[in-house]
Design a protein around this ligand. Structure first.
Ligand code: MRU
Length: 369
């Protein structure tokens, strides 16, 4: 069963339909939201050069698998504006973050669209291809949102009151060009009038749930409650979670999924408590070259993301403070792998399938080798 997004249900920021990334009209730059400033300040900044795009991905001004891919595609277009050669630009961008396969996917697609062209033709074609990647991302996420909302509808019809959905990290509008992945079904269900409420994991160390998911759900008027990362298991034991939906940065061909660190623990708790655990992803997030999640590269980020946090004082000043004894060693693996056996199903733009090679091939038969 699918739920249709009403035509007027675009993502709004301060009441206006908005995309997370957009080229300037004269193609001299690319406008993004600086996500490192949220939820305290909503600020759009312009990327003017390849180095700006690479820096924005590395320091996570933009983040989330689909948006990383879209930014890399525009990074190539910016590089060609500067006269930087295609392969050099792709090599630099590919090194920014290792786990989200959408990055490598977008760069491979840019290369195949541009490599055979004359240098004089590449620039215009790069801007057009990056825009096509963004438009497709919107369409894929809209479709997967409609499929996922059908799932929420089924649960809503079986119980009184709102459907309580737990999500981890930010796999919403801010992680994509529009709609998001894990949050797209929630937006579609909300637009269809299905009563729901979202448990938002704070998502240490960078707090993408508390800072980003909470911010965008608030903008869109979706009821939510932020919880400490460790609260999810307890809520599941008490019957207060009807469904988990998370995103993924890379799904192996056997249905194993890499997602933000802590996802695996939520999947274990969901399994133990009989709570359905779904993963939402657009096709470009599937890595058909990997037989299992064990081979997915896991990003290790700086320890100071664990030892320090950002927050706003009562006076409105945004400060960075230390949590640990000075000089403490901190480890910061940014993603983990949830085995397919803990995943109830994969929500894609083509429908919902079991988390298995057979399930994925059922939806993507062109991948049969
Ligand atoms: O480190 P981040 O913030 O880029 O991690 C993002 C996630 O883990 C998301 O869940 C994933 O990219 C899916 S986004 C639609």
């Amino acid at each position: 069963m699918m739920e249709r997004f009403p035509d007027n249900s675009r993502m709004n920021v301060h009441g206006h339909p908005t995309r997370t990334i957009a080229p300037l009209p004269d193609l001299s730059g690319v406008s993004i939201i600086d996500q490192t400033r949220l939820p305290f300040h909503y600020e759009r900044v312009t990327l003017h050069a390849l180095a700006d795009a690479a820096e924005a991905i590395s320091v996570m001004r933009v983040r989330g698998a689909p948006l990383i891919g879209a930014t890399a595609a525009y990074g190539v277009a910016l590089a060609l504006n500067e006269g930087i050669e295609l392969d050099r630009a792709c090599t630099l961008l590919a090194a920014t973050r290792p786990t989200a396969v959408n990055l490598a996917w977008a760069l491979a697609r840019m290369k195949s669209a541009l490599a055979h062209l004359k240098t004089s033709e590449q620039r215009g074609a790069a801007w057009a291809e990056a825009a096509a990647i963004c438009d497709e991302d919107v369409a894929l996420n809209r479709a997967l949102g409609e499929h996922g909302a059908g799932l929420i509808r089924v649960i809503a019809e079986m119980k009184p009151g709102p459907v309580n959905i737990l999500t981890h990290c930010n796999a919403g509008w801010l992680a994509a060009v529009d709609w998001g992945t894990a949050i797209a079904p929630i937006y579609a269900a909300h637009a269809a009038g299905i009563p729901l409420h979202v448990w938002v994991d704070e998502t240490r160390p960078r707090n993408q749930g508390a800072s980003l998911t909470a911010w965008e759900l608030k903008q869109h008027g979706v009821p939510y409650t932020v919880i400490a990362d460790n609260a999810g298991g307890h809520l599941m034991q008490r019957g207060q979670v009807d469904l988990c939906i998370v995103g993924t940065d890379r799904t192996a061909a056997n249905g194993d999924v890499a997602n933000k660190i802590g996802t695996y623990l939520k999947a274990l708790a969901a399994h133990d408590n009989g709570v359905p655990f779904y993963v939402a992803l657009p096709g470009p997030t599937i890595d058909w070259t990997l037989d299992s999640g064990a081979a997915i590269p896991i990003e290790e980020r700086r320890g100071d993301e664990v030892s320090h946090v950002f927050g706003e004082t009562e006076a409105g000043e945004v400060l960075r403070v230390r949590l640990t004894p000075e000089g403490s060693a901190c480890a910061n693996p940014a993603f983990d792998v949830t085995p397919a056996r803990l995943v109830s199903g994969l929500i894609t733009e083509r429908g919902i399938c079991p988390a298995s090679r057979a399930g994925l091939l059922g939806l993507y038969p062109e991948r049969h080798s």
